[in-house]
Design a protein around this ligand. Structure first.
Ligand code: HPA
Length: 266
């Protein structure tokens, strides 16, 4: 928490607006940045104690500015457990956000579609999630100032916010699928048997991010909204080899719909 405090003090000295809404831009979803009237853009490497992202297709900046006249902060580039960070590093930015006064978090990601009704390019509102990660950001001594020892996770995604998002999607004529996101450690992709398993336990989409930040945000009492861009179909009968470049290309394309939706939600 000392490191979080130092990062917070640095950021608060740099920014001119304190946002209440933060947006995490997943793989290939950086298009939203063009919609933000940027006040400050701060590289992770400039922020004391901030981790630095290593994945191709991710930037590594905190962006402060206005989206539709609403002050927001956006994270371009996130920290994945598979990169080798420990969980406290993965959720470090969200704890800094809490000190900055962020109350609402919009989490986006690229995910494989497990549900047979999904196609590459679809948007999925994350209604619930299953953690298959081997670790948890709340493991260890609890910091009671951040949140309770045993946080409720019965509604990790805010119900009212989801309803509003569905009606905004409807108004914009955007199809929005809904489902459960399964977070895996990665970085390997799933075997066909693992895909079957993820479907049997109730998953509609699978990815390697999002779960730690949603846990940390719930712990700190933030409202969370999650949207996945389905970049490939992870269905045993059609599952085929795909590359990270393909994932980013689909995310870039479908990301345009997501940008429209996120703008409307904000
Ligand atoms: N599996 C895991 N993570 C992913 C996938 C997938 O099929 N697609 C995009 N991120």
């Amino acid at each position: 928490m000392e490191k979080v405090q130092i990062a917070y003090e640095f950021l608060i000295s740099q920014i001119s607006e304190k946002p209440k809404t933060a947006i995490i831009l997943g793989s290939g979803l950086g298009g939203l940045i063009e919609e933000i009237k940027i006040l400050e853009r701060i590289a992770y490497s400039e922020i004391p104690h901030f981790p630095i992202s290593t994945v191709e297709g991710h930037g590594g900046d905190l962006i402060f500015g206005f989206l539709n006249a609403v002050p927001v902060m956006a994270m371009s580039g996130r920290f994945h457990y598979y990169e080798g960070y420990d969980m406290s590093e993965v959720v470090f930015p969200f704890r800094v956000m809490k000190l900055l006064g962020v109350e609402r978090l919009i989490v986006t990601n690229a995910a494989g579609g497990l549900n047979e009704d999904f196609e590459a390019g679809d948007l999925m509102l994350i209604e619930d999630m299953i953690s298959l990660l081997p670790d948890n950001p709340l493991r260890g001594r609890n910091n009671d100032k951040l949140g309770p020892r045993f946080p409720d996770m019965s509604e990790p995604f805010d119900i009212d916010w989801m309803e509003k998002t569905k009606s905004e999607a409807n108004r914009l004529g955007l199809e929005l699928k809904t489902g459960t996101y399964i977070g895996l450690q990665g970085p390997k992709l799933e075997t066909k048997a693992e895909i079957r398993y993820c479907r049997i336990i109730g998953g509609d989409a699978v990815g390697m991010s999002t779960v730690p930040e949603v846990i940390a945000a719930n712990h700190m009492g933030m409202k969370v909204l999650g949207i996945s861009v389905i970049t490939n179909e992870s269905i045993p009968k059609v599952a085929k080899e795909f590359t990270h470049a393909e994932v980013v290309a689909v995310a870039n394309q479908a990301g345009k719909k997501l940008v429209e939706l996120v703008k409307a939600i904000v």
